[in-house]
Design a protein around this ligand. Structure first.
Ligand code: THU
Length: 157
């Protein structure tokens, strides 16, 4: 038996101000999107924004339903909306942030959203850069879904 280990590389910005302008605008777009969430059940508002190959940004927010599993996370709302409107444009980056009880807060994509993000890397042949808003206004930057979803499912179908 071989014992193996993975290391996950990521960076953190101390604040929005430290981010390059284009990335900062993407995170601000995600922050604005939290205010369009429909989250009457959890009261946890999530905003996401994706950056497409030509610079277009598409936002999304969580959309809940009284039958809980019928709702959708902000990340997939943004990704599916971008893909439905601009199927020809590769998705290059995704930013996500939570908003709860009057403040922006940490949000990191759930497992199903990670799998959906991986699909766009396969589809367009490029890695996605993922930005997650953290506590105290820090921002995590991750290059590639593999760091969020090691050993994720794929198949040559
Ligand atoms: N949610 C997202 O929109 N994105 C995530 O990454 C995690 C969770 C939503 C689902 C639900 O509407 C609310 O946050 C509370 O779980």
């Amino acid at each position: 038996m071989d014992r193996k280990a993975l290391t996950i590389d990521y960076c953190e910005y101390a604040s929005l101000e430290e981010m390059p302008e284009r990335e900062r605008r993407l995170m601000v777009c995600a922050m604005e999107s939290t205010h369009r969430a429909y989250a009457p059940y959890s009261k946890f508002h999530v905003g996401a924004a994706v950056l497409l190959a030509d610079g277009t940004m598409v936002s999304g927010s969580n959309q809940e339903n009284v039958a809980y599993p019928s709702g959708l996370c902000a990340e997939r709302t943004a990704l599916f909306s971008a893909s439905a409107q601009h199927p020809e444009l590769a998705v290059e980056a995704l930013a996500v942030v939570g908003y709860f009880e009057g403040s922006y807060t940490e949000a990191s994509p759930c497992g199903a959203c990670r799998q959906a993000m991986a699909e766009y890397e396969t589809r367009y042949g490029n890695k996605l850069t993922i930005f997650c808003y953290l506590k105290e206004g820090r921002i995590r930057r991750i290059e590639g879904v593999e760091s969020l979803l090691p050993f994720g499912f794929d198949a040559d179908l």
